[in-house]
Design a protein around this ligand. Structure first.
Ligand code: ADP
Ligand code: SF4
Length: 704
């Protein structure tokens, strides 16, 4: 198929200083969780985006010097020749597909704790970023930078830029965003300096200008120099000279960088979850930049619709369509638009599981794209699968995320596949969960897979078919895959975290009961120790039918784990707006006569809450009765022609939707692979020498 002409504009080249992009698709810097300890995995991950048509592919944040050490978070480094070689794997791979490679050079300043390098962190005035935030808790504060520190910072940036050019990068960043060092200079709360770097906006912006200038002096003849800057806070501040301080900053630097990469100030607003924020949410903050510079502008907004992308360009908001999450969920998004296959785009659902991987310091995971991070180590390509290894026909029981993904991948391999679902509709847990406040976008997990399955000739879909053991024995499939999901339990835990059994009594419910339409009489208490989205989403949902909903959790916050997905700050606001009362650090003691007794975790102090319905959102157990029943009759399998029975997804080990999708995909990839074949290739750092890092006084940070 050919590209639709209205999308031609997306495929125009854009000049960035001395380099030119092949199109307007720009995979912006974002952490991959794969540091220099996994350089081949990282190169494979980034290469796939270039192959998929992203005209520019960037790294995540790359430290310019050991005084910028974000451990235990997974940052990359460019400190020595090993690092140069490590990054060169990526630039070679990206160039092989005709794309440009960008590197986000980074100094964390007062936002890092230097836990590994043990240098004092540096900041404009000795004030650290996120100092009250538990997730960023460190017990060392920063040193106020003196004039020598500022000179060093400029030398480190210039030297790192030269190393980046040696590693083959085409676009080199100065990063003044998200609480990192140059950003700290921009805001007067952190920058209380009285020298030429503090005070007026012109003074506060000086360090950014100088970083851009030294980078240009170092590599500007061959590489584009980009400025990545957070404008949210600055835009909210009054200026005597311009519409806002953000306008003033952009005016002062207008044509100094070759590219403006504009963004928000904190991860929850920059990478906001779809539960609370829609596509294109940055526009009101960054829309003015293009009017104040002749240089191209790139920005993000979880863009997955090509029409929205075209509109951003035609309305003069952006020149380049930035993508982090959309490029993870579908590295082949640009190619699909180019080939007139927009309907094949696997759209990001905005769940931010990818971001949780960074918080977890592990390689990136994605709910929509199970191949992400597996490109090199397992050889999983998002668009290619190996041909079927046998003539077997495959029966998958259960049409949730695991069953759908498994069926699709097996069918793409060419096996005949039957997918049976008890309910009249496919989707499994998504059927209910997408009806909860804010979660409709997650329905893309179902929609994309069902849409693809319906177009494949070797797939038979049976909705409204609850299969029994007898059915399965009669259906004459060689491979049987059980994807029957998990159930929420009424399990409670003791103070020592021992599972003490299920609370089997009247008026105690689980999310499954709510999904099945149970009527819950108020007042309602939701007791949540699952700690992800379900507890808070159900509490919010129940306020639509009950006057009094209280949310109780042993954790310190509502949806405590959702801090990992940037959802948690907004969960608190959503619960407050919905009128849900919140009680933290508490466990359920007993439930009787319209009263729930809870106790403080630490003091044991008891409280009584009026409660007619208790919803426990806690432990899930595999719903694998069908599997167990088949195993009980295993001697009948071979006579029925069944070679194997396996479980996938929640029926194997309950988890998030991302786990189920990955599990279903993994089964499909490995079907008929040789017994005893390897799990995956293990990556290792590139170490040709063990350097002693030293600073020779010129900014060199090299091996001796
Ligand atoms: P996962 O996340 O692992 O995909 P889900 O709970 O989302 O699990 O989906 C499991 C699906 O399996 C549900 O849609 C459920 O209706 C279906 N299912 C459970 N038992 C049977 C059965 N015996 N026959 C057909 N479908 C079943
Ligand atoms: Fe999008 Fe979720 Fe995948 Fe992240 S994990 S790219 S938010 S679908």
């Amino acid at each position: 198929m050919a590209r639709h002409s209205r999308f031609d504009i997306l495929f125009e080249p854009v000049r960035i200083g001395p380099v030119t992009t092949p199109n307007r698709f720009y995979a912006v810097p974002h952490a991959s969780g794969m540091t220099n300890t996994m350089p081949r995995m990282r190169a494979g991950f980034r290469e796939t985006k270039a192959e998929g048509g992203w005209g520019v592919v960037c790294t995540g944040y790359v430290s310019v010097h050991p005084t910028s050490d974000d451990s235990p978070l997974p940052y990359a480094t460019l400190w020595d020749d090993n690092d140069v070689r490590s990054h060169a794997l990526m630039t070679d791979a990206v160039h092989a597909h005709g794309s440009l490679a960008g590197i986000e050079l980074w100094h964390g300043g007062g936002s890092v704790s230097n836990k590994t390098s043990r240098f004092p962190p540096l900041s404009p005035s000795g004030l650290s970023w996120m100092a009250t935030h538990v997730g960023f808790m460190g017990n060392q504060r920063s040193k106020a930078m003196d004039a020598a520190d500022i000179r060093n910072l400029l030398r480190w940036q210039a030297e790192a830029a030269r190393k980046a050019r040696r590693a083959g990068f085409d676009i080199i960043y100065v990063y003044a965003g998200m609480g990192y060092l140059p950003y700290e200079f921009l805001l007067p709360e952190w920058n209380q300096r009285t020298d030429e770097y503090g005070g007026s906006v012109a003074n506060r912006v000086r360090i950014v200008r100088e970083l851009l200038e030294v980078t240009k002096d170092a590599v500007g003849d061959t590489c584009g120099v980009a400025l990545r800057i957070s404008l949210e806070e600055l835009r909210s501040r009054r200026s005597e000279r311009a519409e806002s301080q953000a306008h003033e900053v952009v005016e002062l630097l207008a044509d100094v960088p070759d590219l403006w990469d504009v963004k928000m100030d904190s991860s929850p607003t920059d990478c906001s979850p779809s539960r609370f924020t829609g596509e294109g949410s940055h526009e009101p903050v960054i829309d003015f930049v293009k009017k104040m510079t002749r240089k191209p502008v790139v920005g993000v907004g979880r863009f997955t619709s090509p029409d929205t992308m075209v509109s951003q360009i035609k309305r003069g908001v952006l020149d380049l369509i930035g993508g982090a999450r959309p490029s993870i969920a579908d590295p082949f998004l640009p190619k699909k638009i180019d080939e007139g296959r927009e309907q094949d785009i696997r759209e990001c659902i905005g769940c931010n599981i990818c971001i949780s991987s960074w918080h977890d310091s592990v390689p990136v995971r994605c709910t929509q794209n199970p191949t992400v991070g597996e490109e090199w180590r397992r050889g999983w390509h998002p668009e290619r699968v190996s041909a079927a290894g046998s003539e077997s026909s495959v029966l998958i029981v259960g049409g949730g995320p695991a069953g759908l993904e498994c069926a699709l991948t097996i069918a793409r391999r060419g096996y005949p596949v039957s997918l049976a679902e008890a309910s009249d509709n496919f989707g499994g847990r998504l059927r209910f969960e997408t009806t909860l406040p804010g979660l409709a976008t997650w329905g893309r997990v179902l929609d994309w897979r069902l849409g693809q399955l319906q177009r494949l000739p070797n797939v038979t879909l049976y909705a409204g078919n609850e299969l029994t053991v007898n059915d399965i024995l009669e259906l004459e499939h060689q491979r049987v895959v059980i994807a029957t999901g998990a159930r929420w339990t009424r399990m409670l835990y003791s103070t020592l975290e021992l599972p003490v059994g299920e609370l089997e009594q009247a008026h105690v419910y689980t999310p499954d009961d709510v999904a099945a339409g149970a009527y819950l009489d108020g007042p309602i208490v939701v007791f949540d120790f699952d700690n992800y989205y379900m507890g808070s989403a159900i509490a919010e949902h129940l306020t639509q039918s009950a006057d009094s909903v209280t949310y109780v959790t042993p954790a310190g916050h509502a949806s405590a784990w959702a801090i990992m997905t940037n959802e948690q700050p907004q969960v608190h606001r959503a619960l407050a707006n919905a009128g849900v009362r919140l009680i933290t650090l508490s466990r359920v003691v007993r439930f009787e006569l319209g009263e729930l007794v809870i106790a403080n975790l630490f003091t044991g102090e008891e409280r009584r809450l009026p409660c007619h319905s208790l919803v426990i959102v806690g432990a899930r157990l595999a719903r694998d009765e069908l599997y167990q029943a088949l195993m009980a009759r295993r001697q009948e399998l071979a006579p029925a022609g069944i070679l194997s029975v396996d479980r996938i997804g929640d029926a194997l080990a309950p988890g998030a939707i991302a786990h189920a999708v990955h599990s279903g995909h993994c089964y499909a990839r490995e079907l008929d692979s040789a017994p005893g074949s390897e799990l995956y290739r293990r990556d290792a750092p590139i170490v040709e020498e063990l350097p002693f890092l030293y600073d020779d006084g010129t900014g060199e940070c090299v091996a001796r």
